[in-house]
Ligand binder design. Structure first.
Ligand code: 3EB
Length: 342
C-alpha cells in the first residue's frame, strides 16, 4: 500500500525464512541458486559445487528415512536476496579458529568446526568455539542469534559430570560468557561415527527473535545441579522476526526429568505433547503451500519404521527426515526439532 506524502512509510515486512528438504542423489545433485545454507546429511556427498554462493555444512549424520527415497538429504535455507559468503579468522584465538559464513540482507548462516585433538578435549573445544562465536557475533551486523546446532562425537561417553555432553555445556557456558537473558533455540546431538570435530552452526538475524519456553518443561538454563555443573543455554523455541517458529531439539522430558526410559514409542508420544505446547505460537499468516519441517534424531535405527508410521499419522502435511544420532541424555531414545510456518 502506498502512503501519502508526509506519513511515516510503513515498516518493511521482515524477510520470510524459507526452508525445505532436498533429496541428494550423489555428487551430481545441484544445490539451486539463491540458497544461503545447505546442511547436508549423508556420506559420500562429493564436492559442494564450486562457484556457488551457498554455505555448505556437512554434518556427518546418516539419514534413515525421508519424504522420498534418497540416499542423502540437504536442508536448504533459502536467501531473501543476493548472497555473500566469507571466512572470518578469530585473531584472539590461542589455537587458529575460523568461521565460514553466508548472508543476505536479513540473515546470516555460519559454521565453526574445531578438531578436539587440536583444542584439548570437548570442554576446551566448546569453550574455544563459543568464544569465537561470541567475538564473531560482536563484530557482526547480524547481532541476534536465532537458532544454533551443536554436533559432536560420543556425546554420552564418560560418567556423571564427566559425560561429554556435560563437559560440552561447561565449555559452552565459559565461552559464551554472560549473554543477554534471551537465548536462541538449539539442538545438541551426538554423531555415531567419530570424527573428532565439534561442529557448531547457527542462524543469526538483523532483527531479534522472541524466545519461548515450554510450560511442560523447566527451562534448560534453570535445570537443577543433578543434570550437570553448567546448565544448557538455549530457549525451547524462538519466533523468528518473520513469525517462523524454530523449535529446539525436543525430547521426552517433563519438568526436568526424562520420562519413559527404554520405551521409544512412549517417548515419542511425550515428545509430541511437548511439541504441542507451541501450537498457540504458530503463525496464522502461514500460506497453504507452506510445509512444516520435522527432523527426528533416532538413537537406534531399528526403531525407524515405527516412528515413521506414527509421525506420518500425526503430521501428514509435514516433511519429516529421520537421522541416526545419539541424544544428550543416555536414556533418551529420540529427539525432534521443527521449523513451523516457513
Ligand atoms: C533437553 O531438553 C534435551 O544443549 O543445546 C535439546 C536442545 C537438548 C538443545 C543443548 C540440549 C540442547 O534438555 C537436550
Amino acid at each position: 500500500m502506498r502512503s501519502s506524502s508526509g506519513e511515516q512509510p510503513a515498516q518493511p515486512l521482515p524477510a520470510a525464512l524459507r526452508v525445505a528438504y532436498q533429496p541428494l542423489h550423489g555428487a551430481q545433485t545441484e544445490i539451486p541458486t539463491g540458497v544461503l545454507a545447505a546442511i547436508r546429511f549423508g556420506s559420500e556427498l562429493g564436492e559442494a559445487g564450486a562457484g556457488t554462493d551457498t554455505l555448505t555444512i556437512d554434518v556427518g549424520l546418516d539419514p534413515l528415512h525421508g519424504p522420498s527415497d534418497a540416499p542423502a538429504w540437504a536442508e536448504l535455507w533459502f536467501a531473501t536476496g543476493p548472497v555473500r559468503t566469507g571466512r572470518w579468522s578469530d585473531s584472539a584465538a590461542s589455537v587458529p579458529a575460523h568461521v565460514r559464513y553466508a548472508h543476505d540482507e536479513h540473515y546470516l548462516f555460519a559454521v565453526i568446526e574445531l578438531d578436539e585433538r587440536e583444542h584439548g578435549g570437548i570442554l576446551l573445544t566448546a569453550e574455544h568455539a563459543y568464544a569465537a562465536i561470541r567475538r564473531f557475533q560482536q563484530q557482526s551486523r547480524f547481532a541476534h542469534l536465532l537458532r544454533m546446532w551443536n554436533y559432536m562425537d560420543a556425546i554420552n561417553e564418560g560418567a556423571g559430570d564427566m559425560e561429554r555432553y556435560r563437559q560440552f555445556c561447561v565449555g559452552r557456558g565459559r565461552g559464551l560468557g554472560e549473554v543477554s537473558q534471551s537465548y536462541p533455540s538449539a539442538t545438541a546431538i551426538g554423531r555415531q561415527r567419530p570424527d573428532h570435530i565439534l561442529q557448531v552452526f547457527w542462524l543469526a538475524g538483523i532483527a531479534p527473535g522472541r524466545s519461548l519456553e515450554n510450560p511442560r518443561q523447566v527451562s534448560a538454563y534453570h535445570y537443577p545441579r543433578i543434570h550437570g555443573p553448567v546448565s544448557p543455554t538455549f530457549a525451547r523455541a524462538l519466533v523468528a522476526p518473520d513469525d517462523t517458529l524454530l523449535i529446539s531439539g525436543t525430547a521426552s522430558i517433563v519438568g526436568h526429568v526424562s520420562q519413559h526410559h527404554d520405551d521409544a514409542m512412549a517417548q515419542l508420544e511425550e515428545t509430541v505433547r511437548n511439541l504441542g505446547s507451541f501450537a498457540p505460537h504458530v503463525s496464522r499468516s502461514r500460506t497453504a503451500e507452506s510445509r512444516d519441517l520435522l527432523k527426528v534424531y533416532v538413537r537406534d535405527p531399528a526403531l525407524t519404521p515405527h516412528l515413521v508410521e506414527r509421525l506420518g499419522q500425526l503430521y501428514p502435511d509435514s516433511d519429516i527426515i529421520f537421522v541416526a544420532a545419539d541424544i544428550c541424555r543416555r536414556e533418551l531414545l529420540l529427539e525432534i526439532e521443527a521449523v513451523v510456518g516457513t
